[in-house]
Design a protein around this ligand. Structure first.
Ligand code: ZN
Length: 406
């Protein structure tokens, strides 16, 4: 089965009904007031939509639960609980496969930093995740692929604009689109999202910055990138490459980059570049986990290098702070203790290079989810993009008399 475009099925629901289904698509129970708050919708239209969906057998009402304060409110949920999501992230420095519930609960996560050759080795990683979750593949409703390059939403079916050959190597598996390979393996729809965007959405929706409206998440383990989440939704931009801070121009005489430009930021400021510099300086190899361990142990030399790296990043991020006035900047937490030190360096640069009022209002911290950020981000994506409704998931497939989903 090939990947599905984001256009949506005509499954007979009104706009408000689709919005209500989106709010309930994580399988959790919500009161009318909670649905109204989430959709910024009037109570009367939400109640009308719930009644219509109830009559169609798509949602059910639950008896009131005792609450500590105030009048107990009745809850609503989907009539049939939504299935599980499979997630595969393939990037420059590793692969991740997992199984997650639509409400963000991670059931399994299998990570590999080995240089796996898709498709066989990556599908094997996915099979291991499914086994670890103690489910079978038929419990999977749809899959989300996290890959470098633009997301494949906004109605794009097929491999999409790959930009440069460096993206093709991640997205073509033995000459075929990765999404087609995973879709056939699971016999389920597959959606592709930029890997940095998945982590950003996970941290912005399920992490400690969840209350912030505008969140800039900086991804480092798989290159130097960022994802921007505004009001709980990804901002992707016109070519769906928003947030590629690694390709900010910093050096007229720099090397030609894979992206087609010259002198891009990531060539000098990235974790792989830092690891290589440390290896040269110390005469031994360094890994991401070495950075984590050294930061946790308080090794001053490594901490200085990490904080300086954070300041270099922060010098560029300071410009974003002026443009966007974000409430939170979250640093890739897959670096463990090292990400706290990098966040400190970013803080110093932002304090130095942005107007004090802006600097004072932005929180800068390490993320809290580790590798789960990508998996939880996939769950958040399915909900914010209404993918279960658009793909005709069994529990929300449409009105019995409506257009049947294909
Ligand atoms: Zn570039």
């Amino acid at each position: 089965m090939s990947m599905t475009a984001g256009a949506g099925l005509d499954n007979g629901f009104t706009g408000t009904e689709r919005a209500v289904l989106r709010a309930l698509s994580d399988g959790r129970r919500r009161t009318v007031a909670e649905v109204c708050a989430e959709l910024s919708a009037a109570r009367s239209s939400v109640v009308h939509a719930l009644s219509g969906l109830q009559a169609a057998g798509v949602v059910v009402e639950h008896p009131a639960e005792r609450s500590a304060r105030g009048r107990p409110a009745r809850g609503w949920s989907l009539a049939a609980s939504p299935g599980l999501l499979a997630v595969v992230v393939a990037a420059a420095h590793g692969f991740l496969a997992g199984v997650v519930r639509p409400d963000g609960e991670v059931l399994a996560a299998v990570h590999s930093t080995a240089n796996l050759t898709p498709p066989a080795a990556v599908l094997e990683l996915l099979n291991r995740a499914i086994a670890q979750a103690e489910i079978s593949a038929r419990h999977i409703e749809l899959a989300v692929l996290g890959l470098p390059g633009p997301s494949l939403f906004a109605g794009t079916a097929g491999p999409g604009p790959l930009g440069g050959s460096h993206l093709r190597r991640f997205r073509d598996w033995a000459g075929r689109p990765a999404a087609d390979v995973v879709g056939e393996h699971l016999n389920r729809p597959v959606f592709c999202e930029n890997d940095a965007n998945l982590a950003a959405l996970g941290e912005a929706v399920y992490g400690e910055s969840a209350a912030a409206d505008t969140v800039l998440h900086v991804s480092l383990t798989h290159g130097t990138g960022a994802g921007l989440v505004i009001g709980g939704k990804l901002h992707r931009g016109g070519s769906r490459l928003a947030g590629e801070i690694g390709h900010l121009h910093v050096d007229d005489g720099g090397q030609l980059c894979e992206c087609g430009a010259r002198g891009c930021f990531w060539q000098t400021t990235s974790i792989p570049a830092l690891l290589s510099e440390l290896a040269t300086a110390h005469g031994r190899t360094f890994s991401v986990s070495d950075l984590d361990a050294a930061a946790a142990a308080g090794e001053l030399e490594i901490i200085r290098a990490l904080r300086g790296f954070g300041r270099s990043l922060g010098r560029r991020i300071a410009d974003f702070v002026v443009f966007l006035d974000p409430q939170a900047i979250v640093v890739d937490s897959t670096l463990g203790a090292a990400s706290h030190v990098i966040a400190d360096g970013i803080r110093e640069a932002v304090d130095q290079y942005t107007p004090p009022q802006l600097a004072a209002s932005v929180q800068i911290s390490s993320g809290s989810l580790g590798v789960s950020a990508h998996l939880k981000g996939a769950a958040a994506l399915v909900r914010t993009e209404n993918l279960l409704v658009d793909t005709g998931h069994a529990s929300v497939a449409g009105r019995p008399s409506g257009t049947a989903p294909s």
